[in-house]
Design a protein around this ligand. Structure first.
Ligand SMILES: Nc1ncnc2c1ncn2[C@@H]1O[C@H](COP(=O)(O)OP(=O)(O)OP(=O)(O)O)[C@@H](O)[C@H]1O
Length: 307
C-alpha cells in the first residue's frame, strides 16, 4: 500500500517550559488538492508547518513524509517538500534567476536539471519576464511568486505555504490563489490562513487548529454544515402576526422581515418546520417560501475557536 504523503503522529511542541504551543496534533494527508490549515493568530499553524518541513524540531511526536521519518532521515524527507515560510528568505541583491539557482543548489538538484527546472518554475509562477530583475525591485506580489517558485523548483510531492497571500493587495491575492490552484493539480498543497475567504476560494479540505489542537478536520462543505441550522426563513402572501408564529411549538423567536417575511429561531426539529407549513395551510397564510438558513462560516469558525 502507498504511504500517505504526510503522516503526523501525536505531535507536541513547546517553546518554553510552561506552555504547549501545539498538543497532540495527529493527521494524515493523501492525494492532490489543497488542504487549508485554518486557525486564529497564535493557534499553532506555523509551529506545525515548521515541524513538518523540518525547520523546527518537535518536543514530542513523529512526522513521516512519504513514509520517511523526518527525525531519522531529514535530508531524504526534505526532497519531497517545498516550503514557503511566513517570511520567505529572499535575498534582495540577487536577481530572480540567481536566487532560484541558489535554491536549486541547496536542494542538491542535479546540475544538468537546474536550468530546465528554473525555467519551468518561472513559467508556472508567471515570473519569466522579471527573471533578470533584482528581488529588491519586485512588488510584494511578485516577490511572493518568487517564494512560491522556490517551493516548487525541485518538483516536490508536497508543497507547504505559510500564509501565502498575507500582505498582498486584492488583485495579487486573486493571482496567487489561481497559481496555488494550478500547483495543486499536480502536487499536494497545504496552506495556512486565518482568513475564511481564503479557505473557501482555494481549499478542498480543512484542518482547523485552535490553542494548539486540531478542532476540526473535514471537507469545506462539512465545515460549512458543522452547525445545525436553527433559523427558518418564511414568506407569506397573507402574513400572520408574529405572536401567532411564536405560539407554534418549537418556535423560540420571531423577527418580521420586510412585511411578508419572517425569520424564525426554532429548535432545529424537522417536525417544527412541517408544523409551520401545516398551520399556514390551515389558517390561510398562503406561504410562498420556506427554507432553513445555514450558519455562516464565520459563525462556525467562532464556535470552533470558542470565541
Ligand atoms: N519562537 C517562539 N518562542 C516562544 N513562543 C512562540 C514562538 N513562536 C511561536 N510561539 C508561540 O506559540 C504559539 C503558536 O504560534 P504559531 O506561530 O505557531 O501560531 P500561528 O497559528 O502560526 O499564528 P499566526 O497566524 O499569528 O502566525 C503562540 O502562542 C506563539 O506565541
Amino acid at each position: 500500500m502507498e504511504n500517505p504523503i504526510v503522516k503526523v503522529e501525536h505531535l507536541y511542541h513547546r517553546y518554553t517550559t510552561t506552555r504547549w504551543a501545539i498538543e497532540d496534533i495527529d493527521f494524515e494527508i493523501n492525494g492532490s488538492g489543497v488542504v487549508g490549515l485554518l486557525g486564529s493568530n497564535g493557534a499553532g499553524k506555523s509551529t506545525t508547518m515548521n515541524i513538518i518541513c523540518g525547520v523546527l524540531k518537535q518536543t514530542q511526536g513523529k512526522v513521516y513524509i512519504d513514509g520517511i521519518d523526518t527525525l531519522k532521515d531529514p535530508v531524504a524527507a526534505r526532497k519531497y517538500i517545498g516550503f514557503l515560510p511566513q517570511k520567505p528568505p529572499l535575498y534582495p541583491d540577487l536577481t530572480v534567476d540567481e536566487y532560484l539557482r541558489f535554491c536549486a543548489e541547496i536542494h542538491w538538484m542535479a546540475r544538468k536539471k537546474i536550468n530546465t527546472a528554473i525555467s519551468l518554475a518561472e513559467e508556472r509562477c508567471g515570473i519569466t519576464h522579471v527573471k533578470e530583475r533584482l528581488l529588491r525591485n519586485l512588488s510584494g506580489g511578485y516577490q511572493q511568486r518568487v517564494g512560491i517558485a522556490q517551493a516548487i523548483l525541485h518538483d516536490p510531492k508536497f508543497v507547504v505555504l505559510d500564509e501565502p497571500t498575507n500582505g498582498l493587495d486584492p488583485n495579487q491575492i486573486l493571482e496567487v490563489r489561481q497559481l496555488i490552484r494550478n500547483i495543486a493539480e499536480e502536487h499536494t498543497v497545504m496552506l495556512s490562513t486565518h482568513i475564511l475567504s481564503e479557505v473557501q476560494a482555494t481549499c478542498s479540505t480543512i484542518k482547523m487548529i485552535e490553542h494548539g489542537r486540531v478542532v476540526f478536520s473535514g471537507s469545506v462543505e462539512e465545515f460549512d454544515n458543522y452547525i445545525k441550522p436553527n433559523t427558518l426563513y418564511a414568506e407569506f402572501d397573507v402574513p400572520p402576526l408574529p405572536d401567532e408564529l411564536m405560539a407554534l411549538p418549537g418556535i423560540k423567536q420571531v423577527e418580521s422581515v420586510s412585511g411578508r417575511g419572517a425569520r424564525l429561531l426554532y429548535d432545529g426539529d424537522r417536525d417544527t418546520v412541517k408544523q409551520v407549513i401545516r398551520e399556514s395551510v390551515a389558517r390561510g397564510w398562503e406561504m410562498t417560501e420556506i427554507r432553513t438558513e445555514k450558519s455562516s462560516m464565520e459563525a462556525v469558525f467562532a464556535k470552533l475557536s470558542g470565541k
